[in-house]
Design a protein around this ligand. Structure first.
Ligand SMILES: Nc1ncnc2c1ncn2[C@@H]1O[C@H](COP(=O)(O)OP(=O)(O)OP(=O)(O)O)[C@@H](O)[C@H]1O
Length: 578
């Protein structure tokens, strides 16, 4: 049985104290150059407890489908029996030391989600460990056996909870050691065994990277098919034969129509971010693609997302077998968005946005990466042009530039990405500390996914949503997402100074001692002639070091610069016509 403590998913966790730049420079978890977090979080860092696989009840939405549920705590005796049973399933060479988890009372216990408790073979386990993964996250632990044993599955967990590996790992094991091993095609020119469909090119590349790393370790090859890239390279790979095809619906459909892909021998179909793919109008393409499978009874279909509106569930009933399983870690809990994120709203008219955003970044990004979401491609380009060190990402940008931009952002070449919804889904980028949404999105799903680009894999983050108090209605998003927004006003000079002074001090301390003699006499002149005390001169130097040289007053109600909010109180009621 799992031994981690289960926290109430409706109760937001306190956000860890913000890391200042000073801290992050010395944080051993960070890679010095990129500021990238290198340490992987453990399953025990996540908010929900893992549920041992394959515990079902039959209250699904039809007669045969069933939900994976959290089982009742078992007795110690049952526990031992279960452990014995599990041990049988585990591949031979796994009698190794198990990772321990620390319980709330400080006691150390065996981690029920340790890799060795699952049928994960040696090469895959080694690769996972190399990547810092010692145990499975809850959604992975809950669905691993179900997928490996052949069921169709609908999987839902909050953003950043590891849904990708929840399908990657059991699929790989099934192909190499499991039920689909015997019948899968091998050799030159083989037809694919797995097809994964995703809504955006960037996400397709990211999921391909996972299949490449983990599948590669098991001798499986994969290729990524997406629009905006030349057909030729993709065609060559398909002709040579691949085991796993990952792609966006439009390009996959093109290849099918050109006769480049034969899906007749498929073993797995995966719809990742299924709701977005269907919302984007890919329903017909997806249906056409899925319809290419000769015998639907021989293919397993998996559908994953952090958001599954009811209409998607109905569509799922068309694509998945009637006895499909459902693993829903969000379910009817009120809070649908990430609970590792501090959700903030801030009043701001559209004309004040461009001046305000740099200060929000100063105050809330903790020196990490920021993604700013705009509603239109045009405003993404405009804003990226105004913000220093920012680049735009949207659908009108050439594919090759999109790839360069994303890889530059991932590697820390620049720290602010201004994007449309093309970056809202699935993207997993290290050390994104802050999400800014320039206005409330039209649907609640967009809010959940955008804010979920931070606070991933047990880390914390901040999501700030700007809204025009005269025009926007944030209560619908609040109601439907279950988020209790923290209302704040625009950062004021004191807040900004507090946020950046650590960074400024660090910059000054880091200046090499060797330059001091050269500047010493200028410093003495300044001190003697400026008529200012040392402390004031130093304060000015700190402000200048971080480029903050002008104190801006801002309205608390609209964030407009040079406006002051006044609160009038009268001793007696004021009567007006209204
Ligand atoms: N068992 C694990 N241990 C440690 N880290 C993990 C584990 N599983 C996944 N991760 C890491 O967690 C991060 C989030 O995973 P992933 O992108 O799959 O989340 P997701 O649930 O699909 O999120 P979204 O809904 O936003 O698409 C990734 O960086 C991934 O490498």
């Amino acid at each position: 049985m799992p031994s981690l403590s289960l926290s109430d998913p409706d109760t937001p966790k306190p956000i860890a104290k913000k890391k200042t730049k000073t801290q992050s420079l010395t944080d051993p978890d960070l890679d010095g150059v990129s500021g990238k977090k290198t340490k992987k979080r453990k399953a025990s860092d996540l908010e929900q407890e893992a549920m041992p696989p394959a515990a079902y009840n039959n209250d699904g939405d039809d007669e045969t489908s069933s939900d994976l549920v959290q089982p009742e705590p078992a007795s110690r005796e049952d526990d031992n029996k279960n452990k014995k049973k599990k041990k049988k399933k585990v591949v031979k060479s796994e009698e190794k030391e198990q990772p321990l988890v620390t319980e709330a009372n400080g006691e150390k216990k065996e981690d029920p989600n340790a890799l060795s408790n699952f049928r994960i073979s040696e090469p895959l386990r080694q690769k996972l460990k190399e990547k810092g993964i010692e145990s499975l996250f809850p959604i992975q632990a809950m669905t691993f056996d179900t997928v490996l044993d052949g069921s169709d599955l609908v999987g839902r967990a909050r953003t950043g909870q590891g849904k990708t590996l929840a399908f990657v790992l059991p699929i790989l094991e099934s192909l190499i050691n499991g039920p689909t091993k015997a019948s899968r095609k091998t050799g030159f020119g083989r037809t694919p065994s797995v097809l994964v469909l995703l809504p955006t090119r960037e996400l397709a590349c990211q999921v391909h990277a996972d299949f490449d790393v983990y599948g590669g370790a098991m001798g499986l090859s994969s290729c990524c098919l997406y629009g905006g890239a030349p057909y030729q390279g993709q065609e060559i790979k398909l002709r040579r034969g691949v085991d796993i095809v990952i792609g966006t619906p439009g390009r996959v459909k093109d290849h099918i129509e050109k006769g480049n892909i034969d899906l007749s021998q498929l073993k797995f179909r995966v719809l990742d971010e299924a709701d977005e793919m269907l919302r984007m109008g890919f329903v017909e393409d997806v249906e056409m693609i899925l319809g290419k499978v000769e015998n639907v009874n021989k293919v397993q279909t998996l559908l994953f997302s952090a958001t599954l509106p009811d209409w998607v569930k109905q569509i799922a009933a068309r694509f998945l077998k009637p006895d499909k399983k459902t693993a829903d870690l969000v379910g009817n809990t009120k809070m649908k968005a990430s609970i590792n994120v501090r959700h903030i709203v801030l009043p701001c008219t559209s004309s004040a946005r461009a001046q305000l955003i740099p200060d929000i970044i100063r105050c809330y990004s903790s020196g990490g990466r920021t993604i700013v979401f705009t509603e239109t491609k045009e405003s993404a380009s405009q804003l990226a042009g105004i913000l220093t060190g920012a680049k735009a990402l949207h659908g009108d940008i050439q594919q090759s530039t999109r790839e360069v931009t994303l890889s530059g952002f991932r590697s820390g070449k620049f720290m602010t990405l201004v994007a449309t919804n093309v970056a809202a889904r699935g993207l997993d980028i290290n050390d994104v500390q802050l999400i800014i949404q320039c206005e409330p999105p039209r649907d609640v799903e967009a809010y959940i996914h955008r804010s979920g680009r931070t606070g991933r894999a047990g880390n914390t983050g901040v999501a700030v949503m700007l809204y025009d108090p005269k025009r926007s209605n944030i209560s619908r998003i609040e109601r439907e997402s279950g988020v209790k927004f923290e209302h704040v006003s625009a950062p004021q000079p004191d807040d900004i100074a507090k946020a950046v002074s650590g960074e400024a001090a660090e910059m000054i301390i880091q200046v090499s001692d060797s330059v001091v003699p050269a500047f010493k006499s200028a410093a003495e002149d300044l001190l003697n002639n400026s008529g200012l005390p040392v402390i004031e001169l130093l304060a000015k130097a700190l402000a200048k070091a971080v480029g903050y040289t002008e104190v801006k007053q801002r309205s608390l109600l609209t964030s407009m610069e040079n406006y002051v909010t006044l609160l009038l109180e009268t001793g007696k009621p004021i009567y007006t016509q209204s």
